[in-house]
Design a binder for this molecule. Sequence first.
Ligand code: ADP
Length: 158
Amino acid sequence: MEKMIYPGSFDPITFGHLDIIERAAKLCSILHVVVGNNPNKKYTFSVEERIEMLKESTAHIENLVISHVDGLIIDYCVDYDIAIMIRGLRALSDFDYEFQLSTTNRFLYDKIETVFLMSKPTHTFLSSSQAKEIGQFGGDLSQFVSDSIAQAIYKKFK
Ligand code: ADP
């Protein structure tokens, strides 16, 4: 089976990301889960913290490589000879952005295919930013993230 990559901010990992990781890992030999570090984006958690949270949340999955990239994700794909990129699709509102991204990636590396996995209905409206907004005010995060990630969010906004 092919290697695949699932890139994202994972700032922090939510149950939505975890569901995509678990499903994608079953479709490939090795799944590279790669934390992006785009200097134009402002992250709540550092790369190290995001990687640590990913590692802890996915310890039960064997065929994962968890890593990060400072530059273009597509360069990582070329370096590791990965031709399949997984992305998650929630509501229709994700489509424009993901369509643009996959088209741009094809321009940069014509071997790359983006494969979209639809989110579980219960995760359709789940995002890292929403979890952080709720966590900032001490709200219940049990439907969004694991307990240890919830604690990390509460601590960050203390
Ligand atoms: P990015 O900054 O690359 O969009 P995210 O961490 O927000 O990074 O998301 C990474 C990928 O995971 C994207 O394809 C996004 O659509 C997908 N994703 C995020 N949340 C969910 C969810 N709840 N269900 C399914 N896919 C999701």
